[in-house]
Design a binder for this molecule. Structure first.
Ligand code: SF4
Length: 212
């Protein structure tokens, strides 16, 4: 039988900083490798190979923490062949699983119970048109969409994408790249248009709060 192992960048415990689960204690499993190269990527260190870990070792590691919420992220977690096996094992172990994905890879055959937070890449990412549109047909009511916004053209792209695909009733997050777009500017655009989305600041709470 083939070994069920994955390339792991890091495992850490903190407060969830994004999505509708923001603020909840969460164990993060960051997998190595990504198929995209976004202009604003703040996890480039995850592009490099990490440490090979068997699924059993990963579960044993996260069981050291008391949270029942786990996020599998990257890099791009679906870039690795065994990620679906990991998600299945996490669900079977009773965890609530979030999967943060860049939306460019196939989302079919996902274990039931996984909440997918799917990034739709805007032009400013340098990876526009990477989104696999077929994935919109796979969405469950619990899944969430995210647009990372660098400028007004990204904002318009996001609004047009939502309208063109009738996504107004979905949970959608607009997240500004704060190094190039002030959150209050994005907030003003959203207020002016009554945008069908939530402003989300990409708060890496473990970097903001001193939790030692
Ligand atoms: S998809 Fe995510 S991890 Fe990959 S390059 Fe883009 S921002 Fe970085």
């Amino acid at each position: 039988m083939a070994t069920l192992s994955l390339d792991v960048c890091e495992i850490f415990y903190s407060l969830q900083g994004e999505s509708s689960f923001a603020g909840r204690p969460c164990v993060f499993i960051r997998l190595s490798g990504c198929n995209l190269r976004c202009s604003y990527c703040d996890t480039r260190y995850a592009w490099a190979p990490g440490t090979r870990m068997e699924i059993g070792e990963i579960i044993a590691e996260i069981q050291k923490y008391p949270a029942q919420l786990v996020e599998v992220t990257g890099g791009e977690p679906l870039w690795q062949e065994k990620t679906l096996d990991l998600l299945k094992a996490l669900c079977e172990a009773g965890y609530t699983c979030l999967l943060e994905t860049n939306g460019s890879l196939w989302l079919e055959e996902m274990p039931d119970g996984v909440v997918r937070i799917i990034d739709v890449k805007c032009p400013g990412s340098g990876c526009a048109d990477s989104f696999m549109k077929w994935n919109l047909k796979q969405l469950k009511p619990r899944d969430e969409l995210k647009f990372v916004i660098t400028a007004y053209w990204d904002y318009r792209f996001a609004l047009d994408f939502i309208t063109a695909n009738s996504l107004e009733d979905r949970i959608i997050h607009f997240s500004p790249v704060t190094s190039v777009l002030k959150p209050e500017i994005l907030a003003r655009w959203m207020l002016a248009d009554g945008a069908p989305a939530r402003l989300q600041l990409q708060l890496q709470l473990h970097k903001i709060l001193d939790l030692r």
